[in-house]
Design a protein around this ligand. Structure first.
Ligand SMILES: Nc1ncnc2c1ncn2[C@@H]1O[C@H](COP(=O)(O)OP(=O)(O)OP(=O)(O)O)[C@@H](O)[C@H]1O
Ligand SMILES: [Mg+2]
Length: 206
């Protein structure tokens, strides 16, 4: 596999598909900074990656928006009496950056902008995390369409979960996209386990 670019945005086909898990793998195997621009719900993904990897606080940028309700950002912000503004997002100037979205690509941020608009605003290339199992072909192809409509650079898809080569093949063929890795359920979610996963799935390359 070619090397990943030093700064990228991790999005997913849905909530709970493994964006944070993939981000933690990439963090464990590189010198990147992790940034979750919008966090809804406690504890946050930043806390999870920090705890799992044990990496120092300097590797983690503060969220631009952090809400306590585990809802779509537009709804969590409304409950907090806040209006999310695209202009408020300033990516940390780290030479290597892993930015993680919230939920999927068409999650609303405010009255008009969606997560995909934030990706376009940040102008970062995108990695799409997808489930490996039933339902993933449809969700992945829909997500790819939405990303490409905004002219976003799609680096590839990472499927997560029990191996399903037929789904990988279908995603690659119908989505005209590379499946960069098929991450299986990891036995250990600590630094050593995440580093081993980085070595296995990304050849240890940063
Ligand atoms: N390959 C894996 N091996 C072991 N556990 C996993 C794996 N993938 C995901 N998980 C676990 O499944 C849960 C959901 O994954 P994760 O938090 O990475 O999803 P997400 O896409 O980041 O969700 P959100 O939309 O809330 O940010 C977590 O508890 C995570 O640790
Ligand atoms: Mg997450």
């Amino acid at each position: 596999m070619d090397e990943l670019p030093p700064r990228l945005f991790v999005t997913g086909t849905d909530t709970g598909v493994g964006k944070t898990l993939l981000s933690a793998i990439l963090m464990a195997g590189s010198a990147a900074t992790y940034w979750k621009p919008v966090q809804s719900g406690e504890p946050g993904d930043t806390d999870w990656v920090r705890q799992a990897t044990g990496l120092p606080g300097g590797r983690f940028a503060p969220e631009t928006y952090r809400f306590s309700h585990p809802l779509s950002p537009h709804a969590a912000a409304a409950l907090a009496g806040v209006e999310i503004e695209l202009e408020a997002f300033r990516p940390p100037p780290a030479p290597r950056l892993i930015a993680e979205g919230a939920g999927g690509v068409l999650v609303p941020l405010n009255g008009q902008d969606l997560m995909v608009d934030l990706m376009a605003h940040l102008a970062l290339p995108v990695l799409l995390v997808a489930r490996s199992g039933l339902g993933t072909i449809n969700h992945t192809l829909l997500s790819l369409e939405a990303l490409r409509r905004r002219q976003l650079e799609v680096l590839g898809v990472v499927v997560n979960g029990a191996l399903n080569p037929a789904n990988e093949e279908a995603i690659s063929r119908y989505g005209q996209v590379r499946v960069l890795a098929a991450v299986e359920p990891l036995p250990r979610l600590d630094l050593a386990g995440l580093r081993a996963a980085h070595e296995r799935y990304f050849g240890g390359r940063e």
